[in-house]
Design a protein. Structure first.
Length: 92
């Protein structure tokens, strides 16, 4: 599902236009991105939580040359699903 598809479904559920729904969906994602970039966690009850973790530098292997290479330290977003989302996916 793409962002446009999500906005279309939100529009059908709320009675808003697709344009309005696309703006709202975009705003939600922008707020979440800003929060994560500033180091805050984003928790949506029943759905899951997003947070940023620090990945330390490590040694890896270049996939084409098979030579050792250094992978720099970075921050990565992670998602942990909530219990209701897990149940919905598993069919319980």
């Amino acid at each position: 599902m793409r962002k446009q598809d999500l906005a279309r479904q939100v529009a059908s559920l709320t009675g808003q236009s697709e344009t309005q729904s696309l703006m709202v969906v975009g705003a939600v994602f922008a707020v979440m991105q800003e929060a994560l970039a500033s180091g805050d966690d984003v928790t949506i009850s029943g759905f899951g939580s997003f947070r940023v973790v620090a990945r330390s530098a490590r040694e890896g292997t270049h996939p084409q040359t098979r030579l050792p290479m250094r992978i720099e330290a970075r921050r990565s977003p992670i998602f942990r699903p909530g219990s209701r989302l897990k149940r919905a996916i598993s069919g319980d």
